[in-house]
Design a protein around this ligand. Structure first.
Ligand code: SIN
Length: 292
C-alpha cells in the first residue's frame, strides 16, 4: 500500500513584486505582473527565482518577446546552451525552434525527460515560449522529481544512494535520419558519435539542497558498473514511478505563454495530439553544473 502523496504546493508567501498562483498539488505555478521582454529589476528576478525553486515550473501568460529579448531574459540566469544535436533557429544559435508543421507526423519531446542529461553539465533550466499553438492539444506535462524520490521506500532510497547511471545521446544521434523524416525540428545531419556521461541516480539540488531522482527515459541507459539487462528492471520501475499522476501537472498553452522549468528536478513530456495543426515554440536553455 503506497503512502498518500504529500502536497508540495502551498499558499505563496513572501512575494511583493509578482503574483504567484499554484496550479496543482505537485508542482507548477502561474506568475503574473511581469513583462519578460523588459530588463526586469533584480528584485523581480529574485522573486522569479524563488518561485522556480518553490514550484519547479512557472508559467507566464501574454508575453510578447523577440528572440533577442528571450535570450536576454535567459542570460539573467546563466550562460545559454547551444543545443548539441538539434539544428538551431537560423541566426540564433542559442534558440531551439521546437516546431511541428501541420503535415508532420511526430513532434520532439514526447517522452518523459529532462533536457540533455547526456551532457556532463546538463542545463539548469529551459524557457519555452509559445509563438503558435494548435486550436486544441499540444499541452506539456511536468513531473516533480523531489516527490518521486521522497515517495520511494527507505530501502529503495538507500539502495539508489550509492548508484550512478550512464546517460547517452544515442536515442537522438543514432537514428537521426529516421527521426528527421517525420519531425520538423531537425537533428544535425551526418553520423554523430554517441556520447555518454555519468551522473548520480539521486541528485542534490544545488540551490534548495533537496534530493531528487535523476534518471529519465530517453537518455539513462544503464547503471554504472552494470549491464543494460541488469539495470532495466529497476530503471523501468523508477521511470514508471516518476509518471504517477500525483507527481505531475499539465499546462495548456496559448500564444504568448512561457513555461520556465527547473531541469534539475523535473521531467516534462510534450503531447503530440494535434495532428494537422502547426505548433511553434522557441526554447532558450540555460547551462547548469555537474550533478552531485
Ligand atoms: C521540449 O523541450 O522537450 C519540448 C516541450 C514542448 O514542446 O512542449
Amino acid at each position: 500500500m503506497l503512502n498518500p502523496v504529500p502536497t508540495l504546493s502551498k499558499v505563496p508567501e513572501g512575494y511583493r513584486h509578482i503574483g504567484v498562483t499554484p496550479i496543482c498539488g505537485a508542482l507548477g505555478a502561474e506568475v503574473d505582473g511581469v513583462d519578460l521582454s523588459t530588463d526586469v529589476s533584480d528584485d523581480v528576478l529574485a522573486e522569479i527565482r524563488k518561485a522556480l525553486n518553490e514550484y519547479l515550473v512557472i508559467f507566464f501568460r501574454g508575453q510578447d518577446m523577440t528572440p533577442d529579448q528571450q535570450k536576454a531574459f535567459g542570460r539573467r540566469f546563466g550562460t545559454l546552451n547551444i543545443h548539441p544535436v538539434y539544428e538551431p533557429l537560423p541566426g540564433h544559435p542559442e534558440i531551439l525552434q521546437v516546431v511541428k508543421e501541420a503535415n508532420a507526423i511526430n513532434n520532439i519531446g514526447d517522452t518523459w525527460h529532462s533536457d540533455a542529461t547526456f551532457l556532463p553539465e546538463p542545463p539548469m533550466g529551459s524557457i519555452l515560449y509559445a509563438r503558435e499553438v494548435p486550436p486544441f492539444g499540444g499541452d506539456t506535462l511536468f513531473a516533480n522529481l523531489y516527490l518521486a524520490y521522497e515517495m520511494l521506500t527507505e530501502g529503495m532510497r538507500h539502495m539508489l544512494s550509492s548508484l550512478n547511471a550512464v546517460h547517452s545521446d544515442a536515442f537522438l544521434t543514432q537514428v537521426n535520419a529516421e527521426r528527421n523524416a517525420t519531425r520538423s525540428t531537425k537533428l544535425r545531419g551526418g553520423q554523430m558519435e554517441a556520447k555518454e556521461t555519468i551522473h548520480p541516480v539521486v541528485r542534490t539540488h544545488p540551490e534548495t539542497g533537496r534530493k531528487c531522482l535523476y534518471v529519465n527515459e530517453p537518455f539513462t541507459v544503464r547503471f554504472d558498473g552494470m549491464s543494460a539487462e541488469e539495470s532495466r528492471p529497476i530503471l523501468d520501475y523508477l521511470l514508471a514511478h516518476i509518471k504517477r499522476p500525483e507527481f505531475t501537472c499539465r499546462f495548456r498553452w496559448q500564444a504568448g505563454s512561457i513555461a520556465f522549468w527547473d531541469n534539475r528536478c523535473t521531467h516534462h513530456y510534450a503531447l503530440n495530439d494535434y495532428h494537422g495543426y502547426r505548433r511553434e515554440m522557441h526554447r532558450v536553455t540555460v547551462n547548469g553544473d555537474r550533478p552531485y
